[in-house]
Design a protein around this ligand. Sequence first.
Ligand SMILES: *[C@@H]1O[C@H](CO)[C@@H](O)[C@H](O)[C@H]1NC(C)=O
Ligand SMILES: *[C@@H]1O[C@H](CO)[C@@H](O)[C@H](O)[C@H]1NC(C)=O
Ligand SMILES: *[C@@H]1O[C@H](CO)[C@@H](O)[C@H](O)[C@H]1NC(C)=O
Ligand SMILES: *[C@@H]1O[C@H](CO)[C@@H](O)[C@H](O)[C@H]1NC(C)=O
Ligand SMILES: *[C@@H]1O[C@H](CO)[C@@H](O)[C@H](O)[C@H]1NC(C)=O
Ligand SMILES: *[C@@H]1O[C@H](CO)[C@@H](O)[C@H](O)[C@H]1NC(C)=O
Ligand SMILES: *[C@@H]1O[C@H](CO)[C@@H](O)[C@H](O)[C@H]1NC(C)=O
Ligand SMILES: *[C@@H]1O[C@H](CO)[C@@H](O)[C@H](O)[C@H]1NC(C)=O
Ligand SMILES: *[C@@H]1O[C@H](CO)[C@@H](O)[C@H](O)[C@H]1NC(C)=O
Ligand SMILES: *[C@@H]1O[C@H](CO)[C@@H](O)[C@H](O)[C@H]1NC(C)=O
Ligand SMILES: *[C@@H]1O[C@H](CO)[C@@H](O)[C@H](O)[C@H]1NC(C)=O
Ligand SMILES: *[C@@H]1O[C@H](CO)[C@@H](O)[C@H](O)[C@H]1NC(C)=O
Length: 414
Amino acid sequence: MNGSNLLARLVACSVILGVARAVTLEVREGNSTCIKADLSASFSISYNTSNTSTTVQVNLPDSTTVDVDSSSCGSEGRPVSLVGVFGPGHTLGLFFSTNGSVYSVDTLSLQYNLSDSTLFPFANSSDVVTVMTNSVGMSARLNTTYRCVSPASIPVGGATVTFSGVRMEAYMTQEDLSPSESVCMADQAFTTATPAPASPTTTTTPAPSPTPPGPPEQGNYSVTIGNDTCLMALMGLQLNISFNSLSQNKTVQKVVNIHPNLTVSTGSCGQSISTLVLTHEGNTNLSFTFTLNTTSNKYHLSGLMLVADWPDMRVSVSNSSLSYLASSWGRSYSCNSEQTLFIAEAFSVNTFRLQVQPFAVTSDQFATAEECQVDQDQMLIPIVVGAALSGLVLVVLIAYLIGRKRSNAGYQTI
Ligand SMILES: *[C@@H]1O[C@H](CO)[C@@H](O)[C@H](O)[C@H]1NC(C)=O
Ligand SMILES: *[C@@H]1O[C@H](CO)[C@@H](O)[C@H](O)[C@H]1NC(C)=O
Ligand SMILES: *[C@@H]1O[C@H](CO)[C@@H](O)[C@H](O)[C@H]1NC(C)=O
Ligand SMILES: *[C@@H]1O[C@H](CO)[C@@H](O)[C@H](O)[C@H]1NC(C)=O
Ligand SMILES: *[C@@H]1O[C@H](CO)[C@@H](O)[C@H](O)[C@H]1NC(C)=O
Ligand SMILES: *[C@@H]1O[C@H](CO)[C@@H](O)[C@H](O)[C@H]1NC(C)=O
Ligand SMILES: *[C@@H]1O[C@H](CO)[C@@H](O)[C@H](O)[C@H]1NC(C)=O
Ligand SMILES: *[C@@H]1O[C@H](CO)[C@@H](O)[C@H](O)[C@H]1NC(C)=O
Ligand SMILES: *[C@@H]1O[C@H](CO)[C@@H](O)[C@H](O)[C@H]1NC(C)=O
Ligand SMILES: *[C@@H]1O[C@H](CO)[C@@H](O)[C@H](O)[C@H]1NC(C)=O
Ligand SMILES: *[C@@H]1O[C@H](CO)[C@@H](O)[C@H](O)[C@H]1NC(C)=O
Ligand SMILES: *[C@@H]1O[C@H](CO)[C@@H](O)[C@H](O)[C@H]1NC(C)=O
């Protein structure tokens, strides 16, 4: 298989996955959480009808819940496991183990009920089929979150499970996903390819300036868990990136607007970390991580990651030590003016007409906004000018009155 074939398959894959919704699953024992997983998954399952063999594509639905009886935090010698259940007896199971420094998914299981005629119409059998594999390839250092935004397909028996947008931790010691991450090879592979700092050959022939596409449309994005909207964002987004173009064989700079109606938003909400993941045209993934400092009750945008799979560029860039868009718990943050968020040497994001609230959203409404400095300064200009003008009027008026009084006095003495 040649490279372009692989790329086409990857793009097709992400397009399908763009539709898959993120699901958040949590295993608790007593009052503490031991596994939390935020992921999208889809299954490709083959089955027989009376006259033919067919394959269906199934997404892990929003309505997936944790099967409390089959899941465990490891008490009574049971494996640390997360089993999600959906529909009439379909399950997805992740069984973990650790060696004291690394934890990994030992076994992945998939159970599907062929009696479910909505998923498996005309199935030849009504069996409940269970398939599993020990070749999963998901592992992370203890006390870190396993992160893999790139799609990863795992053959399980005759089926294939494809995960994407995964943020997951097992053997947790705190309530929420750890802010430090173990990034999967697939996400890292993108990084090694590009973006590259301009090479000597490209500095002699400077990159052509891109024609700016104009300001982006304002998108209305949100994260909804169950019926609860827990994160809201209104914003126009523009990506500005330099990369080594595969087709042109040189460094090019590209300015890309995110079109809201070609963008799917998913994400997760936690007590101190919330994420918003935007999937644009199925080949661009932007992930925003907001962190709340529970001591000071202030939050900020702490991380941003881009994974793009464009015709002439595959890239993953991220920075998890940002401090942009800072505001207080129970407030939103707004910035009407254009703002540039520098993420990496070759990558920045311009925001336009932005208002976000990643924590404490109630009844689908933004709380009072804390405004960015630029907006405050712009508000200040008319106030200062107004104050100066009224000051001037006052001075002229006083001078006039004094002058009139003096001349009146003058008349009287005459
Ligand atoms: C769990 O939480 C409840 C209520 O918050 C509390 O009463 C109980 O003592 C806690 N149990 C443990 C084991 O911490
Ligand atoms: C479909 O039927 C054929 C022939 O009976 C069998 O070999 C095959 O394993 C079946 N496939 C599935 C997915 O059950
Ligand atoms: C479907 O089931 C029937 C019997 O129930 C069997 O004769 C037939 O071979 C099966 N077809 C396939 C494709 O497996
Ligand atoms: C196979 O079976 C389905 C449903 O029973 C029927 O609609 C279809 O026409 C059949 N196909 C063939 C090639 O017999
Ligand atoms: C399989 O699906 C059928 C029909 O929806 C249901 O009656 C049955 O209980 C399911 N089996 C399991 C193990 O859930
Ligand atoms: C745990 O496993 C990882 C990866 O297999 C290995 O690098 C590490 O040395 C192991 N640690 C211990 C304490 O065995
Ligand atoms: C993970 O965190 C817990 C509690 O903070 C600590 O006891 C443990 O040693 C840490 N483990 C590793 C491998 O860092
Ligand atoms: C954003 O979308 C929500 C839900 O669809 C809607 O209630 C809200 O009015 C929208 N906000 C704007 C500014 O369009
Ligand atoms: C969500 O809303 C629907 C309809 O508004 C309602 O039937 C359902 O019970 C709600 N679910 C939850 C978990 O509140
Ligand atoms: C890319 O450009 C460099 C320098 O101009 C050249 O050496 C190299 O052969 C080119 N690669 C391709 C695939 O055209
Ligand atoms: C997407 O937005 C553009 C304008 O930005 C509009 O022309 C187009 O019709 C929209 N497409 C859909 C499917 O709403
Ligand atoms: C949280 O805020 C407090 C008080 O401002 C500060 O001392 C602390 O370092 C902050 N914690 C983190 C993790 O940034």
